[in-house]
Design a protein around this ligand. Structure first.
Ligand SMILES: Nc1ncnc2c1ncn2[C@@H]1O[C@H](COP(=O)(O)OP(=O)(O)OP(=O)(O)O)[C@@H](O)[C@H]1O
Length: 309
């Protein structure tokens, strides 16, 4: 559950490399237990933001405050609150998953091995934790990476494109794990991905980047309410060759994209039933009506095109 407590505050963050400005005045806050999707096209600055949050890249201007600690003032203290998987996490292929966890656990300066067992149970890794890592599938490796990242019980977890290369089953189980971490353990998560459908299922809120700038930030539920009321619908019919003259009586030709098994058209939701009735009355068998594109996809594309919602 999202809590009002702010765990991360990013203010006026900018990064210049040489003459190019790759991050431009980005500010946002992250609440306890919130899962934030960091979205944006290739090169928009998502990885750079995540790298700045873990101290891999130094901001040119701006401040990052993690759990009330400014990373410029006390980096070591601030970073204890963060777990991250950015690019390929380091792990030892010729050790078992368990021995990897023991190795990384020692680096956290904690002394009770109970935490390792807790993490194995939380991420449901019992079946393969004693196998050597080189035998792991991508999904298992990714889970081990996640286990290493949360060993020291961070309150903020940063994941750069964690679903890359995972099959649908792997994505689903990652989604469930992240939800559990956020809801039951109060972990706040920032997750970057290109795949909007996945983000829609995982995230509470989104931050959309474009050319180094933040062009949208908000709760998914609120942003989706503000999207355009028109959506693209696809109609599948049995006798498609007869539909043109019927539709042309009510709709301009250039609004309709005809296909061999039907057509698609952008409509207000109330118009969907009207078209269906028009077709059925004219003796056309409508076998399917589907809305194309998710609300997040529509919002994202609108924002990138610079349209107001
Ligand atoms: N060390 C660097 N020197 C110069 N330019 C850089 C450097 N690192 C990143 N950039 C540029 O900064 C921009 C943002 O890169 P970044 O990797 O943060 O984008 P991204 O949104 O994560 O992209 P992708 O989705 O492709 O991973 C890009 O135009 C990139 O070329």
């Amino acid at each position: 559950m999202i809590n009002n407590e702010i765990v991360l505050k990013v203010s006026n963050l900018s990064k210049r490399i040489g003459k190019s400005s790759i991050i431009k005045d980005v500010s946002f806050e992250l609440n306890k237990g919130e899962i934030l999707g960091l979205l944006g096209p290739n090169g928009s600055g998502k990885t750079t933001i995540l790298k700045m949050l873990v101290g891999l890249i130094k901001p040119t201007i701006g401040s990052i405050v993690i759990e009330k600690v400014n990373i410029r003032k006390d980096f070591e203290k601030a970073i204890t609150h963060v777990g991250a998987i950015i690019e390929n996490p380091v792990m030892y292929d010729f050790l078992s998953g368990y021995d990897n966890l023991v190795h990384f656990f020692r680096m956290t300066n904690q002394f009770s091995n109970g935490r390792i067992d807790e993490v194995i149970e939380l991420l449901r890794m019992d079946d393969y934790i004693d196998d050597k890592v080189y035998t792991y599938s991508l999904g298992m490796r990714q889970r081990l990476g996640l286990a290493i990242a949360i060993l020291h019980q961070p309150s903020i977890l940063l994941l750069d494109e964690p679903t890359n290369g995972l099959d649908p089953e792997g994505i689903k189980s990652l989604r469930e794990t992240l939800r559990k971490l956020a809801n039951e353990n109060g972990v706040s998560i920032i997750i970057s991905s290109h795949i909007l459908g996945e983000m829609e299922l995982i995230c509470d809120s989104v931050l959309v980047m474009d050319e180094g700038k933040c062009i949208e930030r908000g709760l998914l539920s609120e942003l989706q309410n503000g999207t355009s009321t028109k959506h693209l619908y696809s109609f599948k019919v049995l006798n498609a060759e007869n539909i043109k003259p019927i539709l042309q009586t009510k709709y301009e030709n250039d609004r309709i994209h005809f296909q061999s098994n039907g057509f698609s058209i952008e409509l207000e939701v109330e118009e969907v039933a009207k078209i269906n009735k028009l077709l059925v009355t004219a003796g056309i068998n409508v076998i399917g009506i589907e809305r194309i594109g998710s609300p997040l996809e529509e919002l994202y594309l609108q924002k990138l095109r610079g349209e107001e919602t």
